[in-house]
Design a protein around this ligand. Structure first.
Ligand code: C2E
Ligand code: MG
Ligand code: MG
Ligand code: MG
Length: 288
């Protein structure tokens, strides 16, 4: 009944197979109508400066709980959405929410902070992407300089020259571009070469200093150095332990993100997550 008047949803089974088979259909329904009524939400995860432990940004992440099937893993529904052409609707919903939440975010931290949103690489070259982003910023009165667009590089960018054009259009207005999961996907270095990038988010597989300390350290040091030469800010992803934070800060990463600093949570729960101002409590989790 929660699906609305003209809705009829078939579940072909109680197991995972039923959910997978129906997933595109369920997603489409959820996104076509008011997404919040159909279990879509946005959570935020802090991004912290290694220099002083202060939160400099949050990443907006899509969440979807189907009323019947329950919470669906973002990697699952984003992949399905990419295959079925629905990912633009997810990106747009998250962008709109993130812009609408900008005021609450600034209140939480006592100052404006950057907001990161994810944009599927497949979309980067598409018509109307930049205009849609400018429109969302304008509607909510958010300055372009506060927005970071994360492009995941796990998928090949289909039309690179066109993607570069769109990225340049965004950057001319002050929006920054981040390469997400850097080092895990296609042509990491080639993408750095051709795409105008402001931020590289080092994938946790690359920064796994616990598994292969020497190799990880050598890789990180080199990537940090390349990024430094290109004026690219380095964010280390997936930081779960103080030891990892310490190692990555020592290797020259600028910022960190991970469960150590807080899991993705709804906007009203961010304040409880971590000291909102740089100070001893956050610094204690960081290298000295
Ligand atoms: P991502 O953009 O690389 O986001 C970071 C993911 O790592 C998030 O997973 C986050 O919860 C997880 N994470 C953060 N810290 C840690 C940690 O310390 N340990 C571990 N094990 N994981 C950590 P999440 O939210 O499940 O999202 C998965 C992916 O789905 C995202 O990876 C992104 O590629 C995609 N995604 C999420 N929201 C959107 C969206 O609005 N649009 C698009 N196009 N993709 C999205
Ligand atoms: Mg991301
Ligand atoms: Mg990432
Ligand atoms: Mg990822």
């Amino acid at each position: 009944k929660r699906r609305g008047k003209n809705g009829l949803v078939r579940y072909s089974g109680t197991g995972d197979g039923g959910l997978n088979a129906d997933l595109p259909h369920l997603l489409m329904r959820a996104l076509a109508e008011t997404p919040t009524d159909y279990g879509f939400a946005v959570h935020y995860q802090p991004i912290v400066s290694f220099a002083d432990g202060g939160v400099v940004a949050v990443e907006a992440l899509a969440r979807w709980t189907d009323p019947v099937a329950g919470p669906v893993d973002p990697d699952v529904f984003v992949t399905v959405a990419e295959r079925t052409g629905l990912v633009a609707a997810i990106d747009d919903f998250v962008l709109d929410r993130a812009c609408a939440d900008a005021t609450a975010l600034a209140e939480t931290y006592g100052r404006p902070i950057d907001v990161h949103v994810n944009v599927s690489a497949a979309r980067l070259g598409q018509q109307g992407l930049a205009e849609g982003i400018f429109d969302a910023l304008a509607r909510h009165g958010v300055p372009a300089s506060r927005l970071v667009v994360e492009i995941t590089e796990t998928r090949r960018i289909p039309d690179l020259p066109r993607a570069v054009e769109v990225a340049e259009t965004l950057r001319r207005q002050g929006i920054r571009i981040a390469l997400d999961d850097f080092g895990s996907g296609f042509n990491a270095l080639a993408q750095l070469h051709s795409l105008p990038v402001d931020i590289a988010k080092l994938d946790s597989s690359l920064t796994d200093v616990d598994v292969a300390p020497e190799r990880a350290a050598a890789l990180c040091r080199s990537v940090v150095r390349i990024c430094g030469d290109l004026d690219i800010v380095v964010v280390a992803e997936g930081i779960e332990t103080p030891a990892r934070a310490q190692a990555l800060a020592a290797l020259g990463c600028d910022l960190g993100q991970g469960y150590l600093f807080g899991q993705p949570v709804p906007v009203h729960r961010l304040a409880a997550l971590i000291p909102t101002q740089p100070g001893p409590a956050t610094a204690a989790r960081l290298p000295t």
